[in-house]
Design a protein around this ligand. Structure first.
Ligand code: CUA
Length: 318
């Protein structure tokens, strides 16, 4: 069963907007669909009319009415296209507006996962996470988009349209979710072998819950509380894991892989590829190339009896 199925309908749908921007895009889509449908019906109607109408004998009369029909349809086509162009420009301009007081989050595209940095004027309050973007409902959030390797595209259809993440160039997109919920986003630009498994979750929380959540994220990782957790931490620290992964408050400070400080509080692993549970975590650690061939996570070689404490430790990182 996939995460999408578990979480119910409409969690990745441009037709079920959950924010002002997506609503504008959906309205524009409705206008285009309506106008195109009417034009299509008219064209087919006139086609049948032309097919079954009896020919008039008078050729001068026929060429006059043909001229009239072509003129009218040319003018109508121009007007309709112009109308669509204007509605599209108006929508585009509204979508491009950026308020100055928005919350700021930086999302970095990487092959094939998302790094998420919650910005703050106070460096000690900066939070780094991965593959999950948590934002408060009803608050504008400016998402700065950048890439560390190739071009990716950030797309959360329930909240907004697509925006590219380009190496060496910063883009931005404004998200403002109207209600709490969970929405799925997807990389929408082919970026290599695992492009299809480069998804993310957007958790929209009530603003009060968001404050609690960000305060918990700012805390360093939990100190192992049981012998099993302590053993797991030792295994983690003596393995190659810390070379790529950071766990705040420990010696693990790698930056090439996702930050694991609060990994147990995330709903998925491997960029929304698998639900985050003990079994999937074990499979991912032992054989990541089976789950996501070509990913930069190497398989872990563990001694007998090392896997269970390691999982227990990772599961304690709430
Ligand atoms: Cu990243 Cu496609």
């Amino acid at each position: 069963m996939t995460l999408a199925m578990l979480s119910g309908r409409g969690i990745q749908s441009a037709l079920e907007p959950a924010g002002e921007h997506a609503e504008r895009i959906a309205s524009l889509w409705d206008v285009f669909l309506g106008v195109s449908a009417v034009v299509y019906v008219l064209v087919i109607a006139f086609l049948f009319l032309a097919l079954f109408r009896r020919r008039r004998e008078d050729s001068a009369d026929r060429s006059r009415s043909a001229f009239l029909a072509v003129s009218i349809s040319t003018v109508l086509t121009t007007l309709v296209l112009f109308g669509l162009l204007v509605s599209s420009i108006v929508t585009g301009r509204r979508l491009a507006q950026m308020p100055a007081h928005a919350l700021s989050v930086t999302v970095t595209g990487r092959q094939w996962w998302w790094q998420v940095d919650y910005e703050s004027a106070d460096p000690s309050k900066r939070v780094t996470s991965a593959n999950e973007l948590t934002i408060p409902a009803g608050v504008p959030v400016r998402v700065q988009l950048q890439s560390s390797d190739v071009v990716h595209s950030f797309w959360v259809p329930n909240l907004h349209g697509k925006q590219d993440l380009i190496p060496g160039h910063e883009n931005a997109i404004l998200l403002e979710a109207s209600r709490p919920g969970v929405y799925r986003g997807q990389c929408a630009e082919f970026c290599g072998y695992q492009h299809a498994k480069m998804a993310l979750w957007v958790n929209v929380l009530d603003p009060k819950d968001y404050e609690r959540w960000i305060a918990a994220e700012r805390a360093t990782s939990r100190i192992p509380a049981t012998p099993e957790q302590r053993k797991g931490q030792e295994i983690f620290m003596s393995s190659p894991c810390p070379l790529c992964h950071n766990i705040q408050g420990t010696d693990a400070s790698g930056r090439t892989g996702p930050d694991l400080t609060h990994i147990a509080s995330r709903r998925s692993i491997a960029a929304a590829t698998l639900p985050n549970n003990r079994g999937n975590l074990a499979g991912w650690i032992l054989d990541p190339q089976h789950v996501k061939p070509g990913s930069f996570m190497p398989p872990m070689v563990l001694e007998q009896g090392e896997l269970e404490p390691l999982l227990t430790y990772l599961e304690s990182l709430r």
